[in-house]
Design a protein around this ligand. Sequence first.
Ligand code: KIV
Ligand code: ZN
Length: 381
Amino acid sequence: MNQRLFVFDTTLRDGEQSPGVRLSLDQKLEIGHQLVRLGVDIIEAGFPISSPGDFESVNTLARELKGVTICGLTRARQKDIEVAAEALAPAERRRIHTGLGVSQNHLDNKLRMTKEQALETGVNAVKCARQFTDDIEYFMEDSGRADRDYVYKVVEEVIKAGATTINVPDTTGYAYPDEYRDLMAGILNNVPNADKAILSCHCHNDLGMATANTVAGVMGGARQVEVTINGIGERAGNTALEEVVMALYVRRDVLDIATRIDTTQLLATSRLVSQLTGMLVQRNKAVVGANAYAHSSGIHQDGVLKERSTYEIIDPSLVGAAKSEIILTARSGRHGLKHRLQELGYEFTPERFEQIYSKFLEMADTLSEVGDEHLRELVAI
Ligand code: KIV
Ligand code: ZN
């Protein structure tokens, strides 16, 4: 029996923090409904105290969305927690996500607190949140650069105070995968009450390692991943939901772990978020990019046409994409050209096909892609 991995989607909170992105209430609701269809376990709907608009969105999503836990972010302050609790009140299931920094950098430069003061503040925040819900997630901001022994101490004390999920953010995207895996394993092995909570991965992509770090964190024992659709978020973004889900699914031979995600909704969700946020998805983006199932070189096309798995590890229908695409370019070979011509209803003698192929190569040298209309021109010559 595989183990369950919880998916915590923060597209509407950390994702919406992407520079230049502003979603209206209706847009957030539309994305929220799609995230429910996708099958995420927890939706972080916003940071209620940050603005009246954020309060309203968290409150509306809490009222409207069913079958999912709605979460609100807070600082480790009583007022933030009270406001979040009020916004979350109508939810079927509600979670308060509170916490503060643990790295020396954050303690000295941002919080201006000693370790002891920060620990006490965090513990009090958890106790305060417990008055409103027993589902409390505690974030230790900048864990990726923090002193391990202090992290262990914080985890132990906030679990004692009532935290049920411990978020271990690599806030600045600094960690290497083996370090992040080791951090999770270190918490599980060194904190006596660590088994009383779920550890959560929250990685940023500053060095392009967010997905690798998240998967490594799961290997280290985390059982929740915090992700955004298309990896949108602060600076270089967060971990992309679709990448982690498919990495764990495709390589389920490595980790016997499963999410509740309906992968056939991945492409539709990616497109919706891209359209509503205005953040384009790069063509070569893993899993959901326009080129993710497109083959352009002759060698690859020949392989895929003989057997899809030669160059594809994901069946496109698994993510809701129609099928693999053969893109005709100057690098394409006879097999790819013949395949497309047959799809368009053409059959030629070998001699005639050779003529068409030479003309095709001449044309392809002048174009980035030879489309169907070009092929029709070619066969008419
Ligand atoms: O990156 C981070 O540390 C965060 C926390 C607020 C959870 O987004
Ligand atoms: Zn973050």
